[in-house]
Design a protein around this ligand. Sequence first.
Ligand code: SF4
Length: 473
Amino acid sequence: MKIKNSENSLVTSEWVEYIRNINTEYALSTGRTKKFKLDVFGCQMNERDSETIAGMLTDMGYEEVFGDDYADIIVFVTCCVRENAEEKIYGHIGALSKECEEKGTIIVACGCMMQQPHVVEKIKNSYRHVKIVFGTHNVHTFPELLYRYITQKKRVFEVWEKEDRIIEDLPVKRTEKHKAWISIILGCNNFCTYCIVPHVRGRERSRKMEDILAEIRELAQDGCKEITLLGQNVNSYGNDLGEKDLFAKLLYAIEEIDGIKRVRFTTSHPKDLSDSLIDAMKNCKKVCNHLHLPFQAGSNRILKLMNRKYTKEHYLALVEKIKAAIPDIALSTDIIVGFPGETEEDFEETLDVVRKVQFDSAFMFIYSPRKGTPAAKLEQTTPSEVIGQRFKRLADLQTEIATSLAKRFEGKTVEVLVDGPSKQNPEMMSGRTRDNRLVNFKAEGVEKGAFVDVEIIRAGAFWLEGRGGKKRG
Ligand code: SF4
């Protein structure tokens, strides 16, 4: 275990400088700048971590490349939330072994998967071309570990078992200028029985409000228009600082920052969503009319087995309260199908919640046991074909609801913040409405980061199609 230093961020910057000197010498003697590439899996927390890793590498004198371009360093930011994600990551890492041998590429593995000892063992023994491994709690030590590898040419494995205090002021290379993710709370205290997050991301630690506001002010000065506040459970923000309702206070404080036009946040735990937060969402004009509120399962028996600490009735009443306060709210959710022992009656309760709430969108997953979680010890009594059929029934129902909810936008004009060319159709531009709907539209001369008015001509479950893209005054 590394001895922690009270000036860690300063230490990080010293290691960054050592490597920058090495890379400057290399560039002067070869006329070439060293390159890095990131392969990022999983949630927005990983996306945000990867911006820090990219920031550190850029400050160390590396240049980012994408796609098939050669990189001297490839960093895998891994995710362990589902088994198929892990398998995919092993596949990506394994595919590089020959290239690494031939070209000396430095492969780095970090992120949630690396917090699991059995994964680190597997990487050590079976993926010998991986040279550096670190975990979610010691991202800031990456420059030091890289320096050790470069100078000693020995594989470096350093995964801190426990979370440390939050390190501020690490370099960051943002993927976008017009919108940004801001971590406000790290870790989770909830221990839902199926979830690996508290085991790999540690307990809740909130950033100080003044640090968050300073980061947002700086982003606003650089032209950022939309921010998304991140945490496994943003509703707990401030509890560990001994403050009640600090998340609502944070929203009111962000409302005062000039330049920021939209504020989003994710994820909210239904047991912690307070009345004062609903009031803040209603009163703050910049807070978008979209809420992601995972309910996971409709059956109280299954919710108890999941340790979700709320009931179906509580969830439905909460949704009613939110809809009454913010009538145009768009709701999205997460749902797990096939939790161990889920009966047809249990599943019907899930369908019932979906019908009653009328979600605008839903992330639906088939339950995947995660080693080290309590649910992984429960016996799965439901055949996989039955789970597959239930998943299809749920997906069909949700698609029908989302399509019918989206239809009301046809013929209407909506405000879109432009993200760039559409992934579905590169001849179109793409962006999001305030209620987080994806809009693909045809328009001339529209730039990324602009707010435009788009007339919707077709509406489906997953995106709206529009035309126009008239720039807002
Ligand atoms: S609230 Fe539950 S599901 Fe969400 S991160 Fe925490 S333990 Fe996992």
